[in-house]
Ligand binder design. Sequence first.
Ligand code: CP
Ligand code: NVA
Length: 319
Amino acid sequence: RKASSPRHFLDIKDHSTETLRHILTLAARIKALQQGRRHPLCPGLPLAGRALGLMMSRPSTRTRVSFEIGMKQLGGTVNVLSPSEMQLGRGESIADTARVLSRFLDVITLRTGTDANLRELARWSSVPVINGLTPVSHPVQILADILTFEEHRGPITGRKLAWIGDGNNVATSMIEAAARLGFSLHLATPEGEFTPSETAVKWARDNGGDIRLTHDPREAAEGADAVITDTWVSMGDKDAENRLRIFRPYHVDKALMALASPEALFMHCLPAHIGEEVSKAVFESPASVVFDEAENRLHAQKGLLLWCMEKDDLSDYQG
Ligand code: CP
Ligand code: NVA
């Protein structure tokens, strides 16, 4: 067992600008080295002999597949675990589960509907724990988003991004990234419970982040280098009908995109609901990089896995 504490990845804000940049560089390097490769299973891969436990207690397509395939492409093995089918589902504690899994696995990714469960798992696990989405944050998504923005438009530092719609988990991680990576983030959300997390906004502002809040999507989109949105009904959200009504003015269409920079990207973590948060015309337009974002989940997870398992010196790995 390691004497030092494991390299958990629970939130963007837990990591310095330098660490985040290091993970993003690893992601870009492994993407270039392994581009086009399918399941290389030869020895000598950086994570040969390592095992990832993928615990998903909520649905997932991108997070699940990108972690599983990413780990395998790095030479590791994967256990996909459904918490309801584990003894957790019969009341075994998270503390005991974490200590047992730490004896078998080298890293654990958890998607949970209860943020406290992630924190509890990380508290007891002696191997790195990665946040695969909670209702509070979605940091791994943001790594892929930054990678995608920078591939298309160069350094994100100093740029203006607009977030339109729900001040949700993905928005929180984006707010934290704005502070750490030095971009300006303008968020337009409905009032009340849909505004971004006050804690995240305060933390970001205290750490030099330029975070602007408005209820007017046009104001947020003005001159933006990217317009970002997400579903109006996240996993676990109640009262979908009411949400769809309240969010109606936050629909991203061509008229809204026309207010942004002529070079503005349209971004969305997916899954998308066409006709709700975004129009078909915008989703399918040349400005839309949503499938690059989805692909970059794979490369970002690989960079992150290398960092978490302290295999982040790729100098002896040539692909
Ligand atoms: N964007 C994202 O996390 O997608 P999944 O829910 O499919 O993992
Ligand atoms: N905000 C969405 C993101 C899904 C990837 C949700 O939490 O359901």
